[in-house]
Design a protein. Sequence first.
Length: 129
Amino acid sequence: MRRLPQQYPNPHVRRQRDPRAARRQAALLVGCLFLACGFIYAVRQQILAVDYGYKTEALRREREGLLDEQRKLKLALEESSSPAKLEEAGRELGMQPARAAQIETASRVRRGGPEVFVGAASAGAALRR
């Protein structure tokens, strides 16, 4: 039993606009835009975090390389300042080993005033004057 006909004979009838529907659609649009902006912000933060991790790892590797280089340089410095190397470099420059009579210990030197403690190198120069 059909109460309404299939075809309506009134095509010129116009619907009234519902002002609440426009507000609901506008609120829905603003909410979706807000949600989309939130997702974009979260993706951006994730990308920045990954990028920060890559940079941190690169800096960590660079730091390890620099520490290795520092260890090598310290070792080279210790090797070059060893007594054997210093003696060899001195001989190349024409220097001779010091004799026992030339070596002086720390002593007190009086210069017309209070006593002054002077090391072996400067004490020898002060005594020769």
